[in-house]
Ligand binder design. Structure first.
Ligand code: MLC
Ligand code: AMP
Length: 515
């Protein structure tokens, strides 16, 4: 049997390949809007052409194909092509700057890099220097060399056979210490999760998904896109999130997925009413904690109870509030129950399982759990227990019925608007700036992003530092969502008697900053 994920997604396409699979809902920036319609046959044929181009390049087996482009349907088609060609898809957030891209390309050694036409100059230089043989461009308006080079190739392609344990994708995720790690996900990981979610969330014929998330992370690429594809469901496709425009299209849809910031922003619009959601059957939230007040406000305004679920790059989806009332209530502030086939347990510092109701570290196992970090066997070993469970770094509690609530994180991580920011990485970049003695980066509550990044910086003796210039230097070095919204310069950092920086005091001092 061919375990290639594309084969399973393709099997979910409707019999009528002339039906619409994706309809675009906005235009590339600066262009007039005229909706584009892609049929299921278009997805099949266009991905075949790109898969044939990849075959023509005679790449080594399991080559990494690194992609940093603006969101487009062709970007989704490229992902499908990489799957069916049997190579390994490596999506990169389009906010990443040169130094970040240099690291990913150096670490993953992709055989092919696909970038936006506007970035070809610098990205191709980095890629060729690191040994990449092929660099193509793909614009969000169907421009670029990738489609030009694929055009002459056949639109028929036999899906390359792959085993369930073969790699399908690598997602880079930052670490509490050191550099980003590439989480290796197999065809089996992704397929098992897609099938479980299809059943658990009650996907059915006639469903229509409003897709408004980026497709370089788990949420938009796997949870949302796989969900629609494997169910043969149409997607209304936004290249970027706009609350007004999204609400306007909910009237034609049944399913929506978003990070909490998307819900907060839609709640800010008068047009969000019960009538605007009359056809909807399911709103799903995840990637960051959904505030109970957002959960309640959504229910009051739309009549719908948001279903919150929990997952991560290394594991895809882990737990979910129930879809069906027979499985229980959806409770705000909880992430629900372990998905079918997924094991979730809560253990204390000494490795003993916590009694129900007590707080501990969340550990997981199952067919969805990744196979390890790319070329980091040591790190991989550290993150698994002796009996094979993955330590999520999230801290939570499980009640007697098995319902999980996340109460914190043992990893020093900030989640801002659904994107992860690791303080250690930002502190490293700040500490490299001239005149800086040391720094501490913390997350504080933010009404829009959930948490906002804030930095406290200590100058070297005799140096004077300016918060604005620190921010502008950071903007040129790291992805914009990682840049602190505020920087404070002060003479020292609070430390405990052991000399450890007391970040809790900094969080406390700045907790009202964005109230
Ligand atoms: C944008 N900005 C952010 C930000 N996004 N700042 C902090 N946190 C964020 N998430 C800043 C930019 O730096 C910029 O600042 C300004 O906002 C405008 O940028 P933009 O790109 O125009 O912003 P916008 O389009 O409004 O984006 C906001 C957003 C986006 C919420 C729509 O962040 C988003 O799509 N988030 C979803 C992330 C996601 O998909 N996560 C899933 C991860 S998977 P300046 O100063 O430069 O103007 C995962 C596993 C799981 O976690 O369980 O799902
Ligand atoms: P990432 O590494 O980007 O995949 O982010 C995964 C992390 O996001 C998890 O380890 C959690 O800390 C967090 N996360 C995901 N979903 C939720 C949720 N529903 N509630 C709270 N945190 C979440």
């Amino acid at each position: 049997m061919n375990h290639n994920l594309y084969a399973a997604l393709r099997a979910g396409f409707p019999a009528d390949l002339g039906a619409i699979a994706v309809e675009t809902a906005d235009a590339p920036i600066g262009q007039d809007f005229a909706p584009l319609h892609y049929t299921w046959g278009d997805l099949e044929r266009a991905s075949a052409r790109i898969a044939n181009l990849l075959a023509f390049l005679e790449l080594p087996a399991q080559s990494r194909i690194a992609v940093q482009v603006d969101k487009s349907v062709e970007n989704l088609i490229l992902y499908l092509a990489v799957l069916r060609a049997g190579h390994v898809y490596l999506p990169l957030n389009n906010a990443y700057q040169a130094a970040e891209i240099e690291y990913f390309i150096g670490n993953a050694e992709p055989a092919v890099v696909v970038c936006s036409p506007k970035n070809f100059g610098w990205i191709s230089k980095v890629a060729f220097l690191k040994g990449t043989k092929h660099v193509f461009t793909l614009g969000d308006d169907r421009s670029g060399t990738l489609l030009e080079r694929a055009a002459p190739h056949s639109d028929e392609h036999a899906v390359v056979p792959r085993g369930a344990d073969d790699l399908a994708a690598i997602l880079y995720t930052s670490g509490t210490t050191g550099r980003s790690k590439g989480a290796m996900l197999t065809h089996g990981n992704l397929l098992s999760n897609a099938q479980v979610l299809q059943r658990y969330w009650g996907w059915k014929p006639g469903d229509v998904l409003v897709h408004a998330l980026p497709i370089f992370h788990v949420h938009g690429l796997f949870v949302a896109s796989h969900g629609a594809l494997i169910n043969g469901s149409k997607m209304i496709w936004f290249s970027r999130f706009d609350p007004k425009a999204t609400i306007a299209r909910l009237q034609e849809a049944t399913v929506f997925m978003g990070v909490p910031t998307l819900y907060v922003r839609m709640l800010g619009e008068k047009a969000l009413t019960e009538a605007a959601c009359s056809k909807m059957r399911l709103f799903i939230s995840g990637s960051a904690p959904l505030l109970t007040e957002t959960f309640q406000a959504w229910k009051a305004r739309t009549g719908h109870t948001i279903l919150e679920r929990y997952g991560m790059s290394e594991t895809v989806m882990l737990t979910s509030n129930p879809y069906s009332a027979k499985d229980g209530e959806r409770i705000g502030g909880t992430v629900g129950f372990a998905l079918p086939g997924v094991g979730v347990r809560v253990r204390d510092d000494k490795g003993a399982e916590c009694p129900r109701g007590e707080i501990g570290g969340i550990e997981v196992r199952g067919p969805n759990v990744f196979s390890g970090y790319w070329r980091m066997p040591e790190k991989t070993r550290e993150e698994f227990t002796a009996d094979g469970w993955f330590k999520t770094g999230d801290v939570g509690v499980m009640d007697v019925s098995g319902r999980v609530t996340i109460v914190g994180r043992s990893k020093d991580l900030i989640i801002s608007g659904g994107y992860n920011v690791y303080p250690a990485e930002i502190e490293g970049v700040i500490n490299d700036m001239s005149g800086v003695a040391e720094s501490a980066v913390v997350g504080v509550p933010h009404p829009d992003f959930g948490e906002a990044v804030v930095a406290v910086v200590v100058p070297k003796a005799g140096a004077s530092l300016n918060p604005e210039s620190i921010i502008s230097t950071l903007k040129s070095r790291i992805a914009n969502f990682k840049v602190p919204k505020r920087v404070f310069v002060q003479s020292e950092l609070p430390r405990n008697t052991m000399g450890k920086v007391q970040k809790n005091l900094l969080r406390e001092a700045h907790k009202g900053l964005f109230a």
